[in-house]
Design a protein around this ligand. Structure first.
Ligand code: NAD
Ligand code: NRN
Length: 428
């Protein structure tokens, strides 16, 4: 008999359930989809392996999938981002959940294999991923299951990089939907979500005053934009580092200083990496930073701040579970948050429910699209009309009413009055 769940403490289920109940009130998009597709059990037959940070918000997502008729097995996409009360509540509700905060690397991979393991009779046939770990491990370790997967929906920029790589190499014989490029995902979660949850992570791990400090943000994509806005709102002076000339120019147009990391380390008090790339803050940068500079990463994987170098070359004093004082070989000292892992989810609770509702409404729509329609192998986007549907089902919660186009106006700007209000290729 397959293991049905492994969580930190099932006794946390009641607390988790009460918290999920509150979160549902903040996730109107998911509640709308339960209304729209629940009666028809649109996802009946779908056996979805879900690899996401196991938070209260993900619990509402998963229970939306099961309300639509899907079977789900759940693991975390990050060994440090699970919320144990959320995992306990799902396990107590009978959803196979394999996640706890503080998994070792070995346990993390074990949990992923458990999420894949629906049993030989009725194997996993759909994937919902955040960062591409479940996709990659399924492809490598279970080619038998990989061959029968009907669709993959991917949450985040780093996972899209990996999907695009598989697609370019011809290994992606499966249809996938890039959820990250839905406007109501990346221009909301990545931007407005990080705008609120970055500082939450920094403040919970340290008691640092942000006002007046120089904050360096590496990467000025959707995430970096939200981080810079937030830190500036707290009174920090912002320096941005970039490689993309367009993003760099955008930062300059926002009034931020833009320079190289080699220059920024001379001025920065707080550093945030938000690139999705590797080796952003490395040995040379660390040795030349101001004493007691604070470093954190909000990118998906812990590869942006060179924690391996720090672990192998520094004397480390743990201040708390999310904060380490690191003395470098040259005597300089820096403070690293979350050991370089995704700071808002490891040092805080991740994004709030309302913005995760827009992301996860896209995720459920992507699963419905892939399950009920035929898509060709490769990476696809949700049609813009569905992106607008996601936005529309979040307006009422905020008390927002829209004007409507008259037929004359619609004709003048050549727009269908029932939407989409922009062509599919327009992804502002
Ligand atoms: P993005 O691609 O829009 O932006 C990344 C930016 O970093 C780009 O402008 C790119 O030019 C820049 N960049 C890349 N390499 C660089 C380098 N070496 N030096 C300086 N700049 C560099 O991606 P995004 O949506 O902003 O996401 C960034 C990362 O954050 C990804 O890993 C994504 O998965 C993750 N993410 C995290 C959260 C969260 O809650 N923590 C939310 C959304 C996305
Ligand atoms: N609260 C959250 N629950 C949360 N906050 C951010 N994310 C979350 N997932 C579940 C993810 C974003 O959607 C982290 C991913 O990297 C990003 O795309």
């Amino acid at each position: 008999m397959a293991v049905q769940h492994k969580v930190s403490d099932i006794g946390l289920a009641e607390w988790g359930r009460k918290t999920i109940d509150i979160a549902e009130n903040e996730m109107p998009g998911l509640m709308y989809l339960r209304e729209k597709y629940g009666a028809s059990q649109t996802l009946s037959g779908a056996r979805i392996g879900v690899c996401m940070s196991v938070t209260i918000q993900t619990a509402v997502l998963v229970e939306t999938l099961t309300a639509l008729g899907a079977r789900v097995r759940l693991c975390s996409c990050n060994p440090m981002s699970s919320q144990d009360h959320a995992a306990a509540a799902l396990a107590a509700a009978g959803i196979p959940t394999f996640a706890w905060k503080g998994e070792t690397e070995e346990e993390f991979r074990w949990c992923i294999t458990q999420a894949i393991n629906f049993g030989e009779e009725n194997p996993m046939n759909m994937i919902m991923d955040d960062g591409g770990e479940l996709t990659g491990i399924t492809m490598i370790t279970r080619p038998d299951i990989w061959a029968e997967i009907k669709g993959i929906s991917e949450e985040t920029a780093t996972g899209i990089h990996r999907l695009d790589k598989l697609n370019r190499s011809g290994e992606l014989h499966i249809p996938a939907i890039n959820v990250n490029y839905s406007v109501t995902k990346s221009k909301f979660d990545n931007l407005y979500g990080c705008r609120e949850s970055l500082v939450d992570g920094i403040k919970r791990a340290t008691d640092i005053m942000i006002a007046g400090k120089v904050a360096v943000v590496a990467g000025f994509g959707d995430v970096g934009k939200g981080c810079a806005q937030s830190l500036r709102a707290f009174g920090a002076r912002i320096i941005v580092t970039e490689v993309d000339p367009i993003a760099a120019l955008q930062a300059a147009m926002e009034g931020y200083k833009v320079t190289t990391m080699a220059e920024a380390v001379k001025e920065g008090h707080i550093f945030v990496t938000a690139t999705g790339c590797i080796n952003i803050i490395t040995e040379e940068h660390l040795l030349n930073m101001k004493p007691m500079a604070i470093l954190c990463n909000i990118g998906h994987f812990d590869v942006e701040v060179d924690w391996k170098y720090i672990k192998n070359n520094c004397d480390i004093i743990q201040i708390n579970s999310n904060c380490d004082l690191c003395q470098l070989p040259n005597g300089n000292k820096v403070v690293v948050l979350g050991k370089g892992r995704i700071v808002n989810l490891t040092c805080a609770q991740g994004h709030p429910s309302f913005v995760m509702s827009t992301s996860f409404t896209n995720q459920v729509l992507a699963q419905v699209e892939l399950w009920t329609k035929t898509y060709s192998p490769g990476v696809h986007l949700l049609p813009r009309i569905q992106d607008e549907e996601v936005a529309r089902c979040h307006l009422e919660k905020l008390g927002i009413s829209l004007d409507t186009l008259s037929s004359e106006q619609a004709a003048y700007i050549n727009i269908d009055p029932n939407g989409p209000y922009k062509p599919d290729y327009y992804r502002y």
